[in-house]
Design a protein around this ligand. Structure first.
Ligand SMILES: [Zn+2]
Length: 457
């Protein structure tokens, strides 16, 4: 298996440190509002990777955190006049609902910052004891000059690190590049007792402390969005490596690209922020998931209505093939073809894997013998499960995958039955009229040996 490692800038052969167990940590959401389509690319990408790793190595211990201490959460709670817990519970629940709609399986661990204050404080104490951090005016800061490897992940040297932080250096900092591990809370802000007074952790330390708590000192894979490479992941490496006496923190660093909308970066000011909640009102979750897997995970992805419509048609084709295979039992012990597995094991090449999947669809549509059909059905279903797709029956897909402006599957079946009756009665003008009515509504029908099939165009 090959994975691209941001640390070396190269694809490398991946073997877990324990032969039958992979450890993976992915940075999760800060829960203070509904998440947009870009926020769901990492959970979908790494859910797919976890499925592939589990197939190959047997067990994946996968942690994705929930950030439930953050100044944006504090601001949202203050605005509503509620406890931060009311905000974080609401948006964590919404996140889980959206993930379920996208076919993302629950992770092995989902650590929350509010449940790991002792571990965070312990790690900060160790960093102070080993002279990698210092307390000043109620803050604790990591001293970046104390760690020679700082900048290795993001390929930044001391000068460019300085350039980014030159403005408004806080007086308690020894060095402009030093970052906060702990900061004081005022009486009206949420805070926790610590050796440095009542306060709250900085963002970066939580992932180092929680990864250590649930997965151990050295993990196989650390993932997240490309925008987290600097400073977040650079700081995680500095904290964990220094707290662990130099032990490697994460062996492989994987980063997914941005999601743009209609060729533009999503931003509140452009008013083009696409919430998955809103998309799910008109699109099945599998369509959104397929769009997110259509491009290679490292490349930027452009969300447009056309891309979504195309993904929907593709799923119609696959479910259509499965529907035509009817009640044929999938062949026992048959798994996805090797070419499909090879594509996914080549740095999660989902575009190539999807091309292999559509080859199976073409073969299934041409298959004649029962054995061939049974084999192809098993291959299709197994390939689908590795991608987290094809997780419902064709019947459910065709009746649910209907937006309000379209004919329901039930109505289409009724019209097809009406047309068959008209043809039987040799009323060909009526049967043609029904065929045309369906065509106008974007439904194409084909008469074949097994009766009339339909699909949306
Ligand atoms: Zn993180």
């Amino acid at each position: 298996m090959q994975l691209h490692n941001t640390l070396t800038g190269q694809k490398e052969s991946f073997v877990p440190q324990h032969p039958d167990r992979v450890t993976m940590y992915v940075c999760g959401p800060t829960v203070y509002s509904y998440a947009h389509i870009g926020n769901y690319r990492p959970p979908v990408v790494f859910d797919t990777l976890a499925r592939v790793l589990r197939r190959r190595f047997g067990r994946v211990d996968y942690a994705r955190n929930i950030t439930d201490i953050d100044d944006k959460i504090n601001a949202a709670a203050a605005k509503e006049g509620v406890d931060i817990r009311a905000i974080t519970d609401r948006y964590a629940a919404a996140y889980h609902e959206d993930l379920a709609s996208l076919g993302v399986e629950p992770t092995t661990y989902e650590p929350r910052v509010t449940e790991h204050l002792p571990q965070i404080i312990s790690m900060i104490e160790r960093l102070i004891a080993s002279n990698h951090a210092y307390a000043a005016e109620g803050h604790v800061l990591f001293h970046t000059l104390s760690y020679a490897g700082y900048g290795a992940l993001s390929k930044r040297d001391e000068q460019s690190l300085m350039a980014g932080t030159r403005v408004e250096v806080a007086p308690y900092k020894k060095h402009a590049g030093d970052f906060v591990l702990w900061k004081p809370s005022s009486a009206d802000q949420p805070g926790w007792d610590s050796p440095w007074g009542r306060g709250r952790p900085g963002w970066h330390i939580e992932c180092s402390a929680m990864s250590e708590a649930v997965l151990g000192e050295t993990i196989d894979i650390h993932g997240g969005g490309h925008d987290l490479i600097f400073p977040h992941h650079e700081n995680e490496i500095a904290q964990s490596t220094c707290a662990h006496g130099g032990a490697v923190y994460a062996r492989f660093w994987l980063h997914n690209g941005f999601v743009n909308v209609n060729h533009e970066k999503m931003s509140k000011s452009l008013g083009n922020v696409l919430l998955v909640r809103q998309l799910l009102e008109t699109l099945p979750g599998e369509v959104i998931r397929l769009v997110l897997l259509t491009g290679h995970y490292r490349q930027p992805l452009d969300w447009t209505d056309d891309v979504a419509a195309d993904a929907r048609k593709k799923l119609d084709r696959v479910y259509g093939a499965l529907r035509d295979l009817g009640d044929i039992e999938p062949a026992a012990g048959v798994t996805a073809p090797q070419g499909f597995i090879d594509a996914l094991e080549d740095d999660l090449n989902t575009p190539m894997a999807l091309a292999e999947l559509f080859e199976l669809v073409r073969a299934a549509n041409k298959a004649e013998s029962a054995d061939e059909k049974a084999r192809l059905k098993a291959q299709l279903l197994d390939a689908g499960s590795l991608l987290g797709l094809l997780q419902q029956s064709p019947q459910d897909w065709f009746s649910a995958a209907t937006s309000e402006s379209e004919l329901s599957a039930e109505r289409i079946e009724q019209l097809i039955a009406d047309r068959a009756a008209a043809r039987k009665a040799k009323n060909f003008s009526e049967s043609d009229r029904i065929r045309n009515e369906l065509a106008e509504q974007g439904v194409l029908i084909e008469d074949g040996a097994q009766g009339t099939r339909w699909r949306r165009t």
